[in-house]
Design a protein around this ligand. Structure first.
Ligand code: NAD
Length: 245
């Protein structure tokens, strides 16, 4: 493992354009559970509450679960050492962009600036009628459902539900970055969610070296991964940081 970490550090130092593609796994050590797997959220909740069609018909019922999942459980989650290493890498010019499937805002809280949120952000709520966007702290979640201050329509979390398209700007920025990447880190993603999983695949097709950090194998591992650093994100990135800084 130590040799692989050294090899990865060398590749990162030589690369002039590196991206990190992150999934739910990078936030597990911040206390945010993933969707899938043994401790995944879908063992406890019905994914239907995040289905756009179902939500539009049953917003009040869905909001009870949405508040519990995204605004009670995760409210106190803080960036962990893995997020912090990525922020330090960006500051040092060793990382040019983070493409994240996560909606937990933790990359921004860690200090990364170039973050493309492929699935949106749970810390913002949007009115589907007038387009107003609110920070979650401005909204009263004690009485449900939360309403728009302008037109009293029910607010929806500003992350994408099943059946919704990817935010345009995040989509185009992510693929543009993937096409330029010399190195692509994949951290904590099963690779089961499309079109997000096409981002590292695009990087690979464009010639990038793919370095995967995950304690398990993913759909990427046997298909596009060049170096698999098998372990938890914070543990591996902390070791990598000691080679980089
Ligand atoms: P996933 O839930 O399908 O899989 C998580 C992956 O992380 C697995 O491969 C697992 O082996 C790995 N993992 C677990 N612990 C880890 C650790 N400590 N370090 C590194 N890797 C670890 O995740 P996904 O592929 O991102 O897809 C799930 C979808 O769910 C995404 O689209 C995302 O939008 C959403 N989601 C987001 C959050 C969040 O914002 N934090 C949480 C749950 C789900």
């Amino acid at each position: 493992m130590d040799l692989l970490i050294k090899e990865t550090a060398k590749l990162l130092k030589e690369s002039d354009f590196t991206i990190a593609f992150t999934g739910a796994g990078i936030s597990v050590e911040s206390g945010v559970p993933p969707f899938r797997g043994e401790h995944g959220l879908w063992n406890k909740y019905n994914p239907e509450v995040l289905d756009l069609g179902y939500y539009l018909e049953n917003a009040e019922e869905c909001w009870v679960y949405i508040r519990e999942i995204f605004y009670d459980f995760f409210a106190d989650a803080k960036p962990n050492p893995a997020h912090l290493v990525l922020a330090k890498m960006e500051e040092a010019g060793l990382l040019q962009a983070v493409v994240t499937q996560n909606i937990d805002n933790l990359h921004y809280e860690a200090g990364n600036k170039e973050v493309y949120e492929f699935h949106g952000n749970s810390k913002k709520l949007k009115c589907l009628k007038c387009g107003s966007v609110y920070d979650v702290n401005e909204v009263d979640l004690e009485s449900l459902p939360p309403l728009c201050k302008k037109d009293s329509e029910i607010l929806k979390p500003d992350f994408i539900f099943f059946g919704e398209g990817i935010p345009h700007e995040a989509y185009s920025n992510s693929f543009a970055a993937a096409e330029r990447a010399k190195v692509c880190l994949i951290i904590g993603s099963t690779g089961e969610v499309t079109p997000a999983s096409y981002v590292p695949r695009t990087a690979k097709q464009s010639g990038a070296t793919i370095i995967e950090i995950n304690p398990e194998e993913s759909m990427f591992t046997s298909q596009i991964t060049d170096i698999h650093l098998k372990g938890k994100a914070s543990e591996i990135l902390t070791k990598l940081a000691s080679e980089l800084f």
